[in-house]
Design a protein around this ligand. Structure first.
Ligand code: NAP
Length: 223
């Protein structure tokens, strides 16, 4: 931490997020380091990550700590949140990857993020959403029937504007505090700011959204 702060030329940071994913047990043979999945013992155990977070918060080096809440096991993330130490999570959320918020089967397969966002919200934990455009899948030419169906749903939510629909879905999800958008073109940052300033689309209720996502998955499977 000291070396990182020196490189940043700062004596403190507002937020420190654990980037490793968290599961019940660390996979056999995996070493601790940047990237690998950590076990609960590594995180909530004695001298684990949360003890280090506590020390850094106590010394004023860090204001808030959090973790990446996907890619491991939702039950393990829930145990970490229950300690009350993390005050923010990094959650993957988009119409292409909605399971951090909604009770649907992951469209096209993949991990189920276990509705971690409503859990975080119930605990007063902030949520930073990432992969808001499905890592670009919702905005680029559709690579198949599922992407086409999801883009159509995004356009429908955004009254003809898929970008607005995709962004509104994430920022309109209860519990989401902010959206972190991946961009390599500066104009794309302006697009996001302009969309938020102009006003996001209002969303249908949760049950309706879940049903429409299930319908998009069914439609894609039937083609
Ligand atoms: N924190 C993490 O755990 C984590 C993990 C993996 C990756 N990342 C980082 O996250 C970034 C990717 O973000 P993401 O996966 O969350 O993707 P995302 O925000 O869902 O989508 C990013 C894609 O959307 C495009 N896009 C954004 N605004 C647009 C607009 N107005 N019009 C057209 N296209 C637009 C971007 O194009 P342009 O690039 O052309 O702007 C990019 O291809 C990468 O920089 C990566 O390093 C973070």
């Amino acid at each position: 931490m000291d070396a990182s702060l020196r490189r940043l030329r700062r004596d403190r940071v507002d937020m420190l997020i654990l980037h490793n994913r968290v599961a019940g047990c660390r996979p056999a043979g995996r070493r601790v380091g940047v990237g690998p999945v950590l076990g609960l013992d590594d995180v909530v155990g004695t001298d684990g990550v949360l003890d280090a977070f506590g020390e850094l918060i106590g010394s004023g080096t860090v204001t808030a700590c959090g973790l990446t809440a996907f890619g491991g096991e939702p039950a393990a993330v829930a145990e970490v949140l229950a300690t009350g130490v993390p005050s923010v999570i990094n959650a993957a959320l988009s119409l292409a990857e909605p399971t951090a918020a909604l009770a649907v089967t992951p469209p096209g397969g993949g991990d189920d993020h276990g509705q971690v966002i409503p859990l975080a919200a119930s605990l007063g934990v902030g949520v930073m959403a990432i992969r808001v455009f499905g890592s670009g899948r919702l905005l680029q030419p559709a690579a198949g029937p599922l992407d086409a169906a999801l883009q159509e749903l995004a356009a429908d939510l955004g009254q003809g504007d898929a970008y607005l629909g995709a962004l509104s879905f994430v920022l309109g999800t209860p519990g989401v505090s902010t959206a972190i958008i991946g961009i390599s073109e500066s104009g794309h940052a302006r697009d996001a700011a302009d969309a938020v300033s102009a006003g996001l689309a209002s969303l249908p209720g949760r049950d309706d959204l879940e049903e429409r996502l299930r319908a998009a998955s069914r439609l894609a499977l039937s083609l």
